[in-house]
Design a protein around this ligand. Structure first.
Ligand SMILES: [Zn+2]
Length: 233
């Protein structure tokens, strides 16, 4: 059975209908995932097909993008990207390299139409994962840094939303992966100690990473931050 099937999508920019591939739901289960939710699959990676690239104008969006564009956004898109787009069809099977191209197109698209910082953060994080699959640590860390900065902006703009335990955990975790240990401790500590947070999964994950950090810092001969030496959370 072909792991892919095609759906029709209408481009939010040029309003033309085009086909894009998706992975069958039965094959979407990850065999494992990293502590920052980067997932690994037995056969096809469904993440490779998240970005839908319009073959006619190049507008590269995900389901998280706004469904409609206003005239200013369209004009900005055509000026910066659309008018220079050489027709290319990403509707079929994608290699890892093509998946990366699609995510980069979607990053440019999102920036051009001023998509929300939450959407941009997710794209940056996915690009980091694609470099991780390739074993390219330098580019992975570069995009993790961009993603981290974007997640912090999301946190600052959505401060009052209730469901930000996962976001706070991710900010801690990306700091940890980028060896910014003290910042990581601070964010994990917030998830663990904030009485308003009810997300048991994220509290548990934050505790686990806090412990791991403590071990890594101790074995690396690093001085533990004050909040870590006082209690084990
Ligand atoms: Zn289009």
């Amino acid at each position: 059975m072909d792991p892919l099937y095609q759906i029709s999508v209408t481009c939010a920019c040029c309003e033309t209908s085009f086909k894009t591939s998706r992975v069958r739901p039965s094959l979407k289960r990850a065999i494992r995932s990293d502590s920052d939710f980067c997932s690994y699959f037995k056969s096809v990676n469904p993440d490779f097909y998240v970005v839908r690239v319009c073959p006619f104008c190049g507008f590269a969006s995900t389901e998280s993008f706004a469904e409609r564009l206003n005239a200013n956004q369209k004009a900005a898109y055509y000026e910066k990207i659309g008018n220079h787009w050489a027709a290319k069809d990403y509707g079929g099977e994608r290699t890892e390299r093509e998946a990366l191209e699609c995510y980069k197109l979607s990053l440019l698209t999102a920036q051009t139409v001023d998509e929300s910082i939450r959407v941009i953060a997710g794209i940056l994080h996915h690009i980091a994962w694609l470099y991780r699959y390739q074993g390219n640590h330098e580019q992975e860390n570069r995009f993790l840094t961009f993603a981290l900065d974007a997640y912090i902006k999301v946190f600052e703009t959505e401060r009052n939303s209730v469901s930000n335990a996962r976001l706070m955990y991710l900010i801690g975790e990306l700091n940890r992966r980028l060896n910014r240990y003290h910042e990581a401790v601070r964010w994990f500590g917030r998830v663990i100690n904030d009485k308003k947070i009810m997300d048991a999964g994220m509290i548990r994950a934050s505790r686990e990473m806090w412990q791991k950090l403590r071990e890594d810092m101790s074995s690396g001969g690093l001085e533990l931050p004050e909040e870590m030496s006082q209690n084990g959370a």
